[in-house]
Each structure stands twice: as structure tokens, then as C-alpha cells.
Design a protein around this ligand. Structure first.
Ligand code: UT7
Length: 330
């Protein structure tokens, strides 16, 4: 059977770092509150108004190509999971490919908020498994700072900007994307959404005045759903594939809140040494978190390692993917 193996990883975060102490100076918050409630110590925020999500993605994909020794025009297809596209249309994927010179590639954006990368990975893997394509890039990226209200302490402290990307190639070895469980429940939209900018509430002076172009989140409702669903789906994919806690080398969980990640690990029965964590440095980069974890931990990964990728986010969307890692990190 042909499987989709991850054969390279790239990542990018903007240079500018905003610490919790920096935020203390502009809103009513404390480093202590942010650290104990979320695990976040700092986040990267793009300062240049001319830069957008596609620019972060271009850097991530360039790195991936150079690591794998391929040119962008060898890419067949590029899927970009994002809720902060450069513009409503054309797709960020098209803009990334143009900036990269990925002339052969077609692709599209995928809107699944924090689950954008795992939805994209499951989708991209299909194009490899069918034999249709040889090189599919899946990007997860969000420039959350562009949709944050920096007067709302309940949301602006949580998010950050960043992009990560993986290359999928066919393998006949027993590794790659082995299985996935994906879910959605649009009833959750009420708890986490952006009120304006779409066909329901197009931009008007009123939508701007009423601050409707920002992330709206009812934190506790999202937290409860995230803890339950991320933990359950992660345990479910282990059970479905006959994996015990001992078989799992790494939990690669969406970085929204350290407490949600700890609860997921505990439900799976795995220790903290197997949990990839970088929330303290990047905050919640939405679709960027999972590929940025792979980027940060790539050197520690070994061929044959069993990874459980798991996410929960706006939609609601959630799910888990079982990946057997395909190469030794360098
Ligand atoms: O990635 C997409 C999915 N999103 C998530 O998974 C996020 C899920 N939710 C969460 O992670 C948490 O709900 C938050 C981190 C957003 C909030 O933590 P919490 O423990 O649920 O806090 P809370 O909303 O219950 O608020 C507790 C208190 C409130 O004050 P009172 O009413 O008890 O006086 C808030 O006003 O903390 C206050 N508060 C803050 N205080 C200082 C809220 N934000 C802040 C802040 N600094 N930044």
C-alpha cells in the first residue's frame, strides 16, 4: 500500500517577540495569570504591516524545499490551513505558490481554525495515497495578531503568529500517515468565531466601530469542549490502531492551553516526557501549532516513532492523526 510520508518540515515565526511583561504594559493582565492559566510566556507578532500570512508560509516552504533538496516547481499541490488568509480571495495557497515560483502546483485554503493543519494533512495524504501526486505540501499558518483586539485581555494574550509546513511523498514502507479521526460540530460556532467580514456581516463602519472583525471567544465553553474532545479523540485513535501508551513516542497536540494538553496526555496515559510543548514561546498560532512543534522537535524524531497529532478549535473542529515518522531527524 502507498502511504503519504512526511519527508521534510519547515517553519517560520516573525522576529518580533512580545512577552507577557510587554502585555502587562498595555492591558490589565499579569505574567502570573497568563503563565498559570495557559503556559504562555511570549509570542511572536509580525510588526510589518506589509507582511501577511502568505509571507510566513513562503519562508516555511522555502526551508522545507532546501532541507529536502527540491525546487518549488517540483511541488504538485499546496494546501494551506488558515483562518487569517491574506484576503478573502484569491486563496493564500495561490499567493504562496506564486511567490515561491511553484509553477506546477495548484491548491487551496482550508478553513478549520486550530484543526486546519490536521484537516489539511488528512486531505493531502489522500492525493498521495491514490497515486495522483508525488509531492504535496501542507501548510498550517495564522497571523492571529491581525484579528486580535488588543483591548480584550481574554483573547489577545493567548494567540501569536507563525507558520509550519510539511512535505508529503509516497512511500511503500510501513510509515507515514497511518490513520485519522476527524470531527466537526457547527453548533460550537457560537462560542468561537469572528462576527464580521463574511457574507453575514460584511464590513461596514458599524462593524468596525463595534469591533466585530476580531476573534470572539467564550473561553470556558471552548475549554470544556477542548479538554473532553481532544482527550477522547486521541485515546480513540490509539485504541483503533491497537496502540498502548508504551507504543506512542510523541503527543503532538495543538498548543492552545497547557492545561488542555496535560489533560489529553493524562487520558492517553502518557508521561510529560512524550509531550511536545512550545506554547511558552509561540502562544496559540492556530493552524500553525502542530507543524511548528514538528519543526522544533524534528532533530529528536527517529524513523519509526509513533506520533499522535491532535487538535481542537473553532468550528468546532477536532481530530487526531496517527503518523509513523519516516526519517531520522538531523
Ligand atoms: O485554540 C482554539 C481553541 N481555544 C482554546 O482551546 C481556548 C480554551 N480556553 C482557555 O484556554 C481558557 O478558557 C482561557 C485561557 C481563555 C481563560 O482561562 P480561564 O481559566 O477559563 O479563565 P476565565 O475565562 O474563567 O476567567 C477567570 C478570570 C475572570 O475574572 P473574574 O470574572 O473571575 O473576576 C477573567 O476576567 O480571569 C480574568 N481574566 C484575566 N485576568 C488577567 C481573563 N483574562 C485575563 C487576563 N489577565 N489576560
Amino acid at each position: 500500500m502507498v502511504r503519504a510520508a512526511i519527508t521534510a518540515v519547515g517553519g517560520y515565526v516573525p522576529e518580533n517577540v512580545v512577552t507577557n511583561f510587554d502585555l502587562e504594559k498595555i492591558i490589565d493582565t499579569t505574567d502570573e495569570w497568563i503563565t498559570t492559566r495557559t503556559g504562555i510566556k511570549q509570542r511572536h507578532i509580525e510588526k510589518d504591516p506589509k507582511k501577511a500570512t502568505s509571507d510566513m508560509c513562503v519562508e516555511a516552504v522555502k526551508e522545507l524545499c532546501s532541507k529536502r533538496g527540491i525546487a518549488p516547481d517540483e511541488i504538485d499541490m499546496l494546501i494551506c490551513g488558515t483562518v487569517t488568509p491574506d484576503m478573502v480571495f484569491p486563496s493564500t495557497s495561490n499567493l504562496i505558490c506564486a511567490k515561491l515560483g511553484a509553477k506546477k502546483a495548484w491548491g487551496y485554503d482550508l478553513s478549520a481554525a486550530c484543526s486546519g493543519f490536521i484537516y489539511g494533512l488528512a486531505t493531502g495524504a489522500q492525493f498521495i495515497e491514490t497515486g495522483r501526486y508525488k509531492k504535496v505540501v501542507v501548510v498550517g499558518a495564522d497571523m492571529m495578531s491581525r484579528i486580535l483586539n488588543f483591548e480584550d485581555r481574554t483573547t489577545c494574550v493567548i494567540f501569536g503568529d507563525g507558520a509550519g509546513a510539511v512535505l508529503l511523498e509516497p512511500t511503500e514502507e510501513d510509515n507515514g500517515v497511518k490513520d485519522f479521526l476527524l470531527h466537526a460540530d457547527g453548533n460550537g460556532a457560537t462560542h468561537l468565531h469572528m462576527k464580521a467580514g463574511g457574507s453575514l456581516n460584511p464590513a461596514t463602519i458599524d462593524t468596525v466601530t463595534n469591533k466585530m472583525h476580531y476573534v470572539y471567544q467564550e473561553g470556558q465553553a471552548v475549554f470544556k469542549n477542548a479538554v473532553y474532545n481532544m482527550a477522547e479523540v486521541s485515546a480513540a485513535i490509539m485504541e483503533k490502531n491497537g496502540l498502548t501508551a508504551g507504543d506512542v513516542k510523541w503527543l503532538v497536540a495543538h498548543q492552545a492551553n497547557k492545561r488542555i494538553i496535560d489533560a489529553t496526555a493524562s487520558r492517553m496515559g502518557i508521561g510529560s516526557e512524550k509531550v511536545m510543548m512550545n506554547i511558552e514561546r509561540y502562544g496559540n498560532t492556530t493552524a500553525g501549532t502542530i507543524p511548528l512543534l514538528l519543526w522544533d522537535y524534528e532533530k529528536q524524531l527517529k524513523k519509526g516513532d509513533n506520533l499522535i497529532l491532535s487538535a481542537f478549535g473553532g468550528g468546532f473542529t477536532w481530530g487526531a492523526i496517527y503518523v509513523k515518522w519516516a526519517y531520522d531527524g538531523k
